[in-house]
Design a protein around this ligand. Structure first.
Ligand code: CP
Length: 302
């Protein structure tokens, strides 16, 4: 694996190797790589969780995290994504972590030789978020086979939904979507169910944020929680063992009742913690030039 762009490209075995590496890193069964690697975090869209957890992951691995602020960079003078990436490569970055509003920004970076990690591509994909979501599910259930996962909310505008759906289908989960009319994405062979059906049958309820910034017109959310969201009443109908995920940031009181954000079933802050280890495992899988292998962590830089 040279780049980490889409979960569609990941096999069953490679996803498990990343999850097991992340798990080993979290329980401190591994050593870190050598110092001297430079990671450039090129965020052209806002981020709190992904950017910060990449910075922590890089530093925990002994790497130097090169910062980039769009407003104070030469992007403000009109420099393109390609020229920015090519500049970081020329100056000495060993890998690029990129978030951009375009659904397919990575097509523009075909001429870049160093590894590239997709940290969010418009409405396209968010594969590192999917890995941390999978890690959270794996820690809870130990397997994906026949697990019922419902992805609920603004599917159409969600890169998180797409990356998770590809990976969960590869892993053998029973995947369902629940969405309000207009928020569906029929490019997947995934059945749609109502939120009332979803809460009763799921093992994992993956809630999505209403992605206001990607809507063409203003979406009114006044009755959204009652009609399509996770209310207290719906939460009470979930199976005892069922858990709730959300990639965050959360629109409290829109897709989820604010009292449920930190309820017993919620793994939302666990997801954020897992993001550091998931991203460490992804970084290692690229720097080692192959899928993550624990024994290879101390590989010297060539
Ligand atoms: N979940 C997620 O991608 O959060 P940020 O936008 O804060 O990185």
């Amino acid at each position: 694996m040279h780049h980490f762009i889409s979960t569609r490209e990941l096999s069953f075995a490679s996803i498990y190797r990343i999850l097991e590496t992340a798990q080993a890193l979290q329980t401190k069964q591994t050593r870190t790589i050598q110092h001297g690697w430079f990671a450039a975090n090129l965020f052209f869209e806002p981020s709190t969780r992904t950017k910060t957890s990449f910075q922590v992951a890089e530093r925990k691995l002994g790497m130097d995290a090169l910062d980039f602020h769009m407003e104070s960079s030469s992007v403000a003078k009109g420099e393109s994504l390609y020229d920015t990436a090519r500049t970081y490569e020329a100056i000495g970055a060993d890998l690029l972590v990129v978030r951009h509003a375009s659904d397919h920004w990575y097509d523009e970076l075909a001429g870049i030789s160093i590894p590239i990690i997709n940290a969010g591509a418009g409405k396209g994909e968010h594969p590192t978020q999917a890995i941390l979501d999978l890690l959270t599910i794996y820690q809870e259930f130990g397997s994906f086979n026949d697990l019922t996962v419902v992805i609920a909310g603004d599917i159409k505008h969600s890169r998180v939904a797409r990356s998770n759906a590809y990976a969960l289908l590869t892993l053998g989960a029973n995947v369902f979507f629940a969405a309000t009319p207009g928020f569906e994405d029929y490019s997947f062979d995934v059945p749609y169910i109502s939120m009332d059906e979803a809460v009763e049958m799921c093992d994992v309820l993956m809630m999505l944020r209403v992605q206001h910034e990607r809507h063409k017109s203003t979406y009114q959310t006044k009755s959204y929680l009652h009609d399509y969201g996770l209310t207290m009443e719906r939460e009470r109908k979930m199976q005892d063992h069922a858990i709730v995920l959300h990639p965050a940031p959360v629109n409290r009181g829109v897709e989820i009742d604010t009292r449920l954000v930190e309820c017993k079933r919620s793994r939302i802050f666990r997801q954020m913690e897992n993001g550091v280890y998931a991203r460490m495992a992804i970084l290692l899988s690229l720097l080692n030039g192959k899928d993550a292998v624990y024994e290879n962590f101390t590989k010297e830089r060539q």
